[in-house]
Design a protein around this ligand. Structure first.
Ligand code: NDP
Length: 251
């Protein structure tokens, strides 16, 4: 039984989908969770009340330069310390390569801002905090798309997720001697609003076609791995990526 009592954990994008399941599982193991949201304040506040243990909701738009900094400050001030950062919030914007250049670049920039830049800034703040405290863990949600690529409309998404893997591995190598561990988890199709948008565009059959287990992954299939990584039991796997894609891509 994993015990995360006295462990404060910030989970970004915890208002719904995978982040919500992660927050629930961490709290069930005793963690106090900072439930981050962007637009879904009511859901995040209701979740924080439901999981209890001193968990609290924190709002911030991670599509801005200030958002991640304000989020970290608010959580640190409120919780006093943070032991684990889970970078989960993300966007997948469909953007046709034949679109007007300015619009395409805007989509590219927003994807990078939320998925990569915001995570990098939160990592920067977390590393400084962990250095003072003698260690900590960063778990980042990447994607299968980082390794096998994505469709033409989602190239920015795949590139941002590849960037997260490189960022996480760099942190593991650069700061391991200071007790900082970094991991990435790379889900395949997981039944959330994000996957629904993709399936509305390409059809569920497309999503299921190459999945060995012939079923979509559920958010609850991802969450236990995050609890495991947060616990310290996997610390000697620092730098690794764990694939959770129902056998749709193995590398
Ligand atoms: P959802 O679309 O269901 O949820 C996205 C979450 O990110 C929400 O909590 C949302 O907050 C938050 N978010 C979106 N935009 C912003 C922003 N500008 N600022 C701050 N927060 C924001 O996504 P999933 O649960 O499916 O995805 C979670 C993670 O898993 C993402 O990183 C995604 O890339 C990754 N992933 C998902 C896969 C899938 O098939 N679902 C596959 C592989 C990886 P709010 O609700 O408050 O707006």
């Amino acid at each position: 039984q994993i015990d995360l009592t006295n462990t404060n954990i910030l989970v970004t994008g915890a208002s719904r989908g995978i982040g919500r399941a992660i927050a629930q599982a961490l709290a069930k193991s005793g963690a106090r969770v900072a439930v981050h949201y962007n637009s879904n304040r009511e859901e995040a506040e209701a979740l924080a009340r439901q999981i209890g243990g001193g968990s609290q909701a924190f709002g911030a738009d991670l599509g801005t330069g200030q958002g991640p900094l304000e989020l970290w400050k608010a959580v640190e001030e409120s919780f006093g310390s943070v032991e684990v950062l889970v970078n989960n919030a993300g966007v997948a914007i469909s953007s046709d390569i034949h679109k007007d250049d300015t619009e395409w670049l805007h989509d590219w920039g927003h994807t990078m801002m939320v998925n990569l830049n915001a995570s990098a800034l939160l990592c920067k703040k977390a590393i400084a905090h962990f250095q003072q405290r003698g260690g900590g863990r960063i778990i980042t949600i990447s994607s299968r798309a980082a390794f096998r690529g994505d469709t033409a409309d989602y190239m920015a998404y795949a590139a941002s997720k590849g960037g997260l893997v490189a960022l996480s591995r760099s942190i593991a190598r650069a700061f391991g001697k200071q007790g900082i561990k970094a991991f990435t988890v790379a889900p395949g199709f997981t039944r959330t609003d994000m996957a629904q948008d993709f399936m509305d565009q390409y059809g569920e059959a497309y999503a299921l076609n190459d999945i060995a287990l012939s079923q979509l992954t559920e958010p609850a299939d991802i969450a236990p791995t995050i609890v495991f990584l947060a616990s310290g039991l996997a610390d000697h796997a620092t730098g690794c990526t764990i694939d959770i894609n129902a056998g749709s891509y193995v590398h």
